[in-house]
Write a protein that binds this ligand. Structure first.
Ligand SMILES: Cc1cc2nc3c(=O)[nH]c(=O)nc-3n(C[C@H](O)[C@H](O)[C@H](O)COP(=O)(O)OP(=O)(O)OC[C@H]3O[C@@H](n4cnc5c(N)ncnc54)[C@H](O)[C@@H]3O)c2cc1C
Length: 460
C-alpha cells in the first residue's frame, strides 16, 4: 500500500483531480486486452512533461514501480501493474502540437488517438499509415511503446518506420530528446529506435515526431477464394514479382471464413481453404491497372472466386468481413487469445497446417488469419477461462504455436510485443547473449528497475 504522504506529494505534482486511489478507479487500470489483471496502488494522469518527470523522479526515489499506459489495448499483458505501484496514464496529453506540411511531419503528445491523428493529417492531404485494427482507441504513445503494425505494413511499414524523434523522461526523471525533423540523421546511436517497442520499460515518451506521406488518391480491392492453401500462399509472391506492391494482403483460413459467415450471413465461400483480401492504392490509372493484374493472377493461381471492388461501397463490403473477425469469434467461445507470430512467407502453408494440427491435438478451436504478405499470422485460440483444465490446454497450445513459428525461422511476435504473456518463451526466439545485451541496456537506463518492471524479460 502506497504511503498517504506520497499520494499527497503526487497530488501536489499533478493536481488532486488527476490522482486516483479509490478501489473502483484503480480497477479500471488493473487490466489490458488480455485476461490478466493486477491492481495498481495509485493512478496519476499527468498533463505535462514536467508533471511526468516529477512523478517518475518520486517513483525512483521511493523505489516504486511506475508503468506508462495509453489506452490499455495491448494484447501482451504489457500494462498489467504486477508490482502494484503507480500507473501513469498518458491519456490527458492529447494535443497534436503541429502538422508541418512542408516537412511532412506531425509532432504529437503520447495520448493522441491514432485514428484522430490520421483524420487530422488527411484534412491536409497527408497520410499516417500505421493502422492497428484498434486505431480508433489506441494512443500513439502505446503504438510507439509496442511498435504497432497493421494490415498496411507490406507497402507502408510499421510504427517504427514513422518515428523520427522523441522526447523521453528517463527512469530517474531526466528529460532527453532524440532525433528530429531531419530526414537523414546518423549522429550518434539511434536512441529513437531504442525506445520504439521498448514496452514502457526504458522511459516515458512524452512527445513524438512522426513522418507523414501524401494521401493515396484512391484504392480498389480484390476478394479471392482458394480451395488449396498453397495456391493462396504462392499468389502473394506472384503478385510481388509482377511488380505490384499491394497496400494490404490479408488471409482468412476456413474456420475464420465460416465463423465470420455465421456472424454476417453474407454468403462468404464457406468451403474455401483460404480467402485473400487484397487492396491496391495510388493514383487512379495505377489502381485500375494493378487491380487487373491482381485479379488475373488470382485466376491463374486457381482461385475459385474472384470479386473486384472498385467503388468505396464495394470495398466496404469486402473489408467488412475482415473487420468482423474479432466480434464473430467471441460468439464461438467466451475468451480468445490472439497470438501474433511472424514467419518467413515461404513457410506460411506449413505453419497454418501445423497450427490446424495443434487445434485437433489440443481439442481447441483455433482461427487463423492475419497479414499474409508479411508473414504475420494471428492464430486465435478460443476457450472458456472459467475451465482450469481448458486453460492448461490453451497454455500448451500457445507453447506449441511458438515452437512451430521459431522452428521455421519466425518470431514470437510481429506486432503485439512480449509483455508478460510471451516472456517465458523468449529463449526460443533470442540467443542468451542477445537477451543479456537487452538486460544490460535496461540496467544502465533503469538501475532500480522501476519502469514497468517484470515485463519482457523473465525474472531470475
Ligand atoms: C481489437 C484489437 C485489435 C488490435 N489490433 C492490432 C493490430 O492490428 N496491430 C497491432 O500492432 N496491435 C493491435 N492490437 C494491440 C494494441 O492495440 C496495440 O499494441 C497498441 O499499440 C496499444 O496501444 P495503447 O494505447 O492501447 O497502449 P497500451 O496498451 O496502454 O500500452 C502498450 C505498451 O506501451 C507502453 N506505453 C504506453 N504509453 C507509453 C508512453 N507514453 N511511453 C512509454 N511507453 C508507453 C506501455 O507501458 C505498454 O507496454 C489490437 C488490440 C485489440 C484489442
Amino acid at each position: 500500500m502506497i504511503e498517504a504522504k506520497l499520494v499527497e506529494e503526487l497530488k501536489g505534482i499533478a493536481g488532486d483531480e488527476n490522482v486516483l486511489t479509490l478501489p473502483e478507479e484503480l480497477l479500471c487500470y488493473s487490466y489490458d486486452s488480455t485476461v490478466l489483471q493486477h491492481l495498481p496502488e495509485v493512478v496519476v494522469l499527468p498533463r505535462t512533461t514536467e508533471e511526468v518527470a516529477a512523478a517518475v523522479e518520486l517513483a525512483n526515489r521511493e523505489r516504486l514501480a511506475i508503468l506508462p499506459r495509453g489506452a490499455g489495448t495491448n494484447l501482451a499483458g504489457g500494462t498489467i501493474p504486477i508490482k502494484g505501484g503507480i500507473v501513469l496514464s498518458l491519456t490527458r496529453m492529447i494535443d497534436i502540437l503541429e502538422i508541418d506540411d512542408v516537412n511532412m511531419v506531425a509532432v504529437v503528445q503520447p495520448g493522441v488517438v491514432t485514428g484522430k491523428l490520421q483524420s487530422a493529417v488527411a484534412k491536409q492531404g497527408l497520410y499516417y499509415p500505421p493502422d492497428p485494427a484498434s486505431l480508433k482507441v489506441t494512443t500513439i504513445g502505446g503504438n510507439v511503446g509496442m511498435n504497432a503494425g497493421g494490415p498496411h505494413a507490406l507497402k507502408y511499414g510499421v510504427t517504427s518506420d514513422y518515428v523520427m524523434g522523441l522526447e523521453v523522461v528517463l527512469p530517474y526523471g531526466e528529460v532527453i530528446r532524440t532525433g528530429g525533423k531531419a530526414i537523414k540523421n546518423v549522429t550518434g546511436y539511434n536512441l529513437t529506435q531504442l525506445f520504439v517497442g521498448s514496452e514502457g520499460t526504458l522511459g516515458v515518451i512524452t512527445e513524438i515526431i512522426l513522418r507523414l506521406i501524401p494521401q493515396p488518391e484512391t484504392s480498389g480491392s480484390v476478394l479471392a477464394a482458394f480451395a488449396d492453401l498453397d495456391e493462396a500462399a504462392t499468389l502473394v509472391n506472384r503478385i510481388l514479382h509482377a511488380g505490384v506492391t499491394p497496400a494490404v494482403i490479408e488471409i482468412m483460413d476456413q474456420m475464420t471464413i465460416q465463423t465470420v459467415d455465421d456472424y454476417l450471413q453474407s454468403g462468404l465461400p464457406r468451403e474455401a481453404a483460404a480467402l485473400l483480401l487484397i487492396q491496391v492504392d495510388g493514383v487512379q490509372a495505377a489502381v485500375d491497372q494493378e487491380l487487373g493484374i491482381v485479379a488475373q493472377l488470382c485466376r491463374d493461381n486457381k482461385a475459385t472466386m474472384v470479386d473486384v471492388a472498385k467503388t468505396p461501397e464495394e470495398e466496404e463490403s469486402v473489408w467488412k468481413a475482415r473487420r468482423s473477425i474479432s466480434p464473430s469469434l467471441t460468439r464461438v467461445r467466451p475468451n480468445k487469445l490472439g497470438e501474433d507470430i511472424s514467419v518467413p512467407r515461404k513457410a506460411i502453408p506449413e505453419v497454418v497446417r501445423r497450427i490446424q494440427e495443434i487445434s485437433s491435438q489440443r481439442n481447441l478451436p483455433i482461427a487463423i488469419f492475419g497479414h499474409i504478405s508479411d508473414g504475420n499470422l494471428h492464430p486465435n485460440i478460443l476457450f472458456d477461462q472459467t475451465d482450469p483444465e481448458e486453460m492448461e490446454r490453451v497454455e500448451a497450445a500457445s507453447g506449441d504455436i511458438f515452437e512451430v513459428a521459431t522452428s521455421v525461422g519466425g518470431t514470437l511476435s510481429g506486432e503485439h510485443g512480449i509483455g508478460l504473456l510471451k516472456q517465458k518463451y523468449l529463449s526460443l526466439d533470442l540467443p542468451e547473449g542477445t537477451v543479456e545485451v537487452m538486460r544490460t541496456i535496461k540496467k544502465a537506463l533503469d538501475p532500480h528497475n522501476i519502469m514497468n518492471p517484470g515485463k519482457i524479460f523473465p525474472e531470475a
